[in-house]
Design a protein around this ligand. Structure first.
Ligand code: AVJ
Length: 328
């Protein structure tokens, strides 16, 4: 879809860049995962309705500090962030995640002109858009249904709008490999030209704290990880036995990342579209990387992508960081 087409739609329905950005991709990527060794798949497939519910529960866990820490930083710094954004800003959110976070910005900003959430799930977008339209009368809400890791076309700025402020909270950047993170930031720098990116990044810290955050006592993270197999059973007709796989998450310190895996507890076989795929005892499916950053490392990466780093905020324990990055 061309940018011109995007701009013609004003009814507020999520505007798909592809008819169904994610259609068939899960099936294809599952098939590819099963055929390759070692096995791995993108963490973006965690987030069906059940996975999104489980992730919301993760964010409430006592061990999972990132969400509440980032919210605290945003709350604390909302005034300064609003000053940097200036009047009539357009907020472009990469992944329409927690409305709570963007509401913080919308409440603090000076007459924000437009909110452009970009997400692969059109349903999720439409719900979020309806809620925000109800609560912010003067706000133009224009959801864009797209996979922002693939390509990105945005509507032209509104006449009279201020800066374009990208918003990428939650340390979702940590799901990318370093190369992918650089590429994402390059694309963001391009679409935010003249504006800025407000970026949340989880920080390296005592590995025991990291380990606990991904191995919670209630087993919600385990359920979130295993839901990937449950989702495949629901949507693709696979026959994964969830009891045959164990959640395994650990901090890989040399690579500064949490790795999540599903480990096959025995020799077993799984069927997809009439084909059987064998699992050895102990074989793993790598489901997620969650990179942790240093403040200097993140700023250096941003510079390589073409940003000029501005202020950075953190919490007293230096668990999490929020960065203001000027797009050239
Ligand atoms: C949404 C990618 C930031 O990596 O901490 C939480 C996802 N995985 N617990 C993270 C997640 C397991 C989360 N991100």
């Amino acid at each position: 879809m061309r940018a011109g087409q995007l701009m013609e739609r004003q009814d507020g329905a999520p505007q798909a860049q592809d008819a169904q950005p994610d259609d068939g991709a899960f099936a294809q990527d599952m098939a590819a995962m099963l055929a390759h060794r070692p096995r791995g798949i993108s963490p973006k497939y965690f987030y069906d309705a059940e996975g999104s519910r489980l992730f919301d529960r993760i964010c409430e866990l006592p061990e999972y500090y990132p969400t509440r820490t980032e919210l605290g930083i945003l709350q604390q710094q909302a005034g300064e962030i609003a000053k940097l954004a200036g009047p009539r800003a357009e907020i472009v959110e990469f992944g329409a995640g927690s409305l709570l976070k963007v509401r913080l910005l919308l409440d603090a900003f000076d007459r924000p002109a437009r909110y452009l959430p970009i997400d692969i799930s059109g349903d999720h977008l439409a719900d979020a858009a309806a809620l925000l339209r109800r609560d912010y009368a003067g706000l133009d809400v224009q959801p864009v249904a797209a996979d922002y890791t693939r390509r990105l076309l945005l509507p032209a700025p509104l006449p009279g709008a201020g800066q374009r402020v990208g918003f990428f909270p939650g340390s979702t950047l940590g799901n990318f490999t370093p190369d992918e993170a650089l590429h994402f930031l390059q694309v963001a720098a391009q679409v935010l030209g003249g504006g800025a990116l407000l970026l949340g990044a989880d920080l390296v810290k005592n590995p025991a704290v990291l380990h606990a955050a991904y191995n919670d006592a209630q087993g919600v993270t385990a359920a979130f990880n295993l839901n990937l197999l449950a989702r495949a059973n629901r949507e693709l007709g696979t026959d994964f036995d969830l009891a045959g796989f164990a959640h395994y998450a650990f901090y890989n310190a040399p690579q500064s990342r949490i790795e999540m895996h599903l480990v096959s507890m025995r020799r077993q076989s799984v069927t997809l579209a009439g084909r059987a795929f064998d699992w050895a005892e102990g074989e793993t499916l790598h489901t997620e990387n969650s990179y942790k950053f240093t403040i200097d490392g993140l700023r250096a990466l941003a510079v390589r992508a073409g940003f000029r780093p501005g202020p950075v905020w953190t919490d007293p324990e230096r668990l999490f960081s929020v960065h203001w990055l000027h797009a050239p």
